[in-house]
Design a protein around this ligand. Sequence first.
Ligand code: GDP
Length: 336
Amino acid sequence: MPRRPAEPGGRAGWAGVSIVALAGGVGGSRFARGLRAAAPGAHLTVVVNTGDDLTLHGLRISPDVDTMLYALAGIVDEARGWGPRGDSYRCLAALERLGGETWFQLGDLDLATHLHRTGLLASGRTSSGITAELARCLGITGTVILPMSDDPVETWVQLAEDGRWVHFQEYFVGRRAEVPIRKVRFQGLEAARPAPGVLEALAAADLVVLCPSNPFVSLAPILGVPGVRTAVRSARNRGAVVAGVSPLIGGGTVKGPAARMLAELGHEPTAAGVAAQYADLLDAFLIDPIDAALGQAVQAQGARPIVADALMRGRRGEARLARVLLRATLGQPARA
Ligand code: GDP
């Protein structure tokens, strides 16, 4: 299969290089931010999961897109990884007094995004158009953020305890992901079309990155939008590199239920188990040194293992990890 030469682009730095990152919320946004810092001048497009979206209090909430917006705008609560920094919960407290639903945390600052998005959707605007406008208003530069689809897709999970199907957020936030699940399904996915720009970005990509995101509820919905998986494969066939970063380190997640989900859904709860979810797509997969022994298992999935400290400690850590992946896949940036 043809591969790009080690020197990306013919111009200085990363100019002329196109990168597409497929991402969920917390892990995805941190790595996307790292890519932007590590490849200045590159054309970076981030395709974000919208399967976590929900309607609450009549408001359309898009948690992963908002996490991406806040992170790339530099206003995210860095400790939590989601929501605006310094948010308050006066509205939620008032809602509680009124007997309203308060299981889903909605901060006062965060509410402005949901109010605005809902109003714009009601006036006939698309999610992708609204996301572009929110990004512009928040001053985001150097990255195009695309929701995976403008069509509604919702992730539902089946609880092992009673076989009941619940919206992903009811499990993730309402039950704190503490109960085992049996299955995952995506309502509306078969009829969803990729948002404008998604297939075009993949068609032009030199590198497609599967961010360190949850394989089942963040990246599977994106890859499941009809046409997306085929576009990633086509990108590979014409010489683009497809590389993933493990969200699991030493058999555990940095945050969230991905490791437990792997086990509950019958897979190996390791970095190799994650690589197996993308087996037909990957050229390379980054794993932590603590998982170096899994290199052969990753190789068996057809992916070249890249072994490097996979924990993103702060902004510098994100950029370092992205730089490692870029160098291992595209080589050094071209000199001026
Ligand atoms: P969500 O939609 O907010 O759950 O976010 P994602 O699906 O994008 O990310 C969740 C995943 O990010 C979890 O499985 C975490 O293990 C992973 N993650 C978070 N921080 C790090 C990190 O520093 N390094 C790696 N490798 N993964 C991380």
